[in-house]
Design a protein around this ligand. Structure first.
Ligand code: GLU
Length: 507
């Protein structure tokens, strides 16, 4: 059986769109599931859209996501772009000679032709077609030029492009592994440009030549390329090559079913990572954007994805890009994560919100104070939020109260349900006395829980009437983790200081 080879073929035009991440993931999973090869090819023939740094960025993201490829464009240890593999170069801009040869072959075999039409003429033609409400299409004027005329124009150095000579009759059909049988009348297929006037091939030509020469067995790409596929099939035919299999992936939609916004901030993988979505969670999320496991399962490890992925599970209908679901999946991954690992990931966010500053290896200075804490301490801080966090960038905001000198909140917040202010104050006073008697080392969540429960029982007070005012005094917040864990993180001195502050508010 032919070896399965898939490729991810992005154009380096800036950021990586989540839709492209999905394409890369599916192509990767399909290859791995079938013991095949996964390849990264850079489609950079459109120099006007090239954005500096985007290849480096792309390679870095794929690496951090664990989408390993065996051939293509890589970064070496000094971050230089290098290429590896037997089918290179893998950057299309370095393959111009190859394309030239194949374009000449098409012209030679009458499957392509020179077109000398000026831009003005083409614009006129398009306007005319628009006014007649017909689909814009090249009118094939140059298709009939004879050899002599062509030679003359070439000698005169008239600017030209090369166009594909699409058969006028018949149909082109192929079987898409997601969309099924597709059949298109050739007469509606445009004689598209395959080589631009600057000598660069267009996407269509380069893509077909490369997929063939790189022995790609399955082309997996976004649905937006489905309309181009008949042209590609015709090119394969013109070359006398067997076309690979095709699988087009459904569109990504906003919750209102419109096409997913193109605004970079909403769709760039790098922005999602920056906001503190974990790569594993993002991959899990995009996996489900168009692939159906045919069970209720939603969380898939990388291994499990490889084991289970199959193109037959890819949906035809557009997939709704639901950030709430992404938050939910991310939260699941955060909860499952080893606390040390999570803390390491949170440190940049704590630093960015200026809560801490790393002064030396694993020693952190707390903002606006001379207090220095270690990694173990930060672990406890992060543990407070591990259960509730949806994305890492929330950590700064949610644990800010731990680091602040002075909490700001309304006195009424200290009062639980139907309690009076008086009662809340008394209870806080009782709590203060009890905690004051404890040793510093007793400021451990479990011990605090035991002591405070005991306090409630002995004084015949509802637990909530002790714990709520205390929790608010320690955090200044309506919602937070329990006062026991917070008490442990804050330590005796800070706890007493904050309880006293709360009492004073109610005097
Ligand atoms: N360069 C194209 C893109 O960026 C690749 C399409 C394909 O996979 O054929 O979408």
């Amino acid at each position: 059986m032919k070896k399965i080879r898939t490729r991810f073929a992005p154009s380096p035009t800036g950021y990586l769109h989540v839709g492209s991440l999905r394409t890369a993931l599916y192509a990767y999973l399909f290859a791995k599931h079938n013991d095949g090869d996964f390849i990264l090819r850079i489609e950079d023939t459109d120099r006007s859209r090239y954005v500096e740094g985007s290849i480096e960025n792309l390679v870095k993201i794929l690496d951090s996501m664990g989408l390993e490829y065996s051939e293509g464009v890589f970064a070496d240890k000094d971050d230089n772009i290098v290429q590896k593999g037997d089918f290179g170069p893998y950057m299309q801009s370095e393959r111009l000679n190859i394309y030239k040869k194949y374009i000449d072959e098409l012209i030679e075999n009458d499957h392509a032709y020179y077109c000398f039409c000026s831009q003005d003429r083409l614009d006129e033609m398009r306007k005319e077609q628009q006014s007649q409400k017909v689909a814009p299409m090249y009118d094939r004027k140059c298709r009939g030029l004879d050899k002599k005329e062509i030679q003359k124009l070439l000698n005169e150095k008239t600017s030209f492009v090369v166009r594909q000579k699409v058969p006028k009759d018949g149909f082109t059909e192929f079987n898409d592994l997601v969309y099924g049988k597709i059949k298109i009348a050739n007469k509606i297929i445009d004689d598209q440009v395959i080589m631009k006037s600057d000598g660069f091939p267009t996407y269509h030509l380069a893509n077909v030549v490369d997929d063939h020469l790189m022995e790609i067995s399955h082309i997996i790409r976004g649905e937006e390329w489905l309309p181009s596929t008949p042209k590609h099939i015709l090119l394969y035919k013109a070359f006398g090559w067997e076309a690979p299999e095709f699988a087009h992936l459904p569109l990504l939609l906003n919750p209102d079913k419109s096409k997913l916004s193109k605004r970079q901030g909403d769709v760039a993988v790098e922005d999602f990572l920056y906001q503190g979505y974990l790569s594993e969670a993002l991959l899990n999320f995009v996996l489900l954007l168009g692939w159906n496991p045919k069970t209720e399962e939603e969380i898939f490890s990388f291994k499990e994805m490889i084991k289970r992925f199959d193109l037959s599970g890819v949906n035809k209908a557009g997939s709704i890009f639901n950030t709430e679901k992404l938050d939910w999946i991310n939260g699941m991954y955060i909860r499952e994560m080893d606390l040390s690992k999570l803390t390491k990931l949170c440190i940049p966010y704590l630093t960015e919100t200026r809560l801490i500053e790393e002064i030396q290896n694993s020693k952190f200075k707390i903002q606006n104070s001379n207090k220095v804490v270690d990694f173990e301490y930060l672990k406890k801080v992060v543990a407070l939020e591990q259960e509730r966090m949806k994305k890492l960038s929330e950590i700064g905001g949610s644990v800010k109260f731990i680091f602040s000198d002075k909490l700001e909140y309304e006195k009424d917040l200290l009062v639980w349900k139907k309690m009076t202010v008086e009662k809340a104050k008394n209870n806080l006073e009782l709590t203060y006395q009890k905690l004051e008697d404890l040793d510093e080392k007793d400021f451990q969540a479990e011990k605090l829980q035991e002591v405070l429960n005991d306090l409630a029982i002995k004084n015949d007070i509802k637990r909530g009437e002790i714990l709520w005012p205390l929790r608010v005094a320690l955090t200044g917040l309506k919602g937070s983790p329990s006062p026991f864990e917070i008490g442990e993180v804050l330590g005796k001195e800070k706890v007493l200081e904050r309880v006293k502050f709360g009492i004073k508010k109610m005097i």
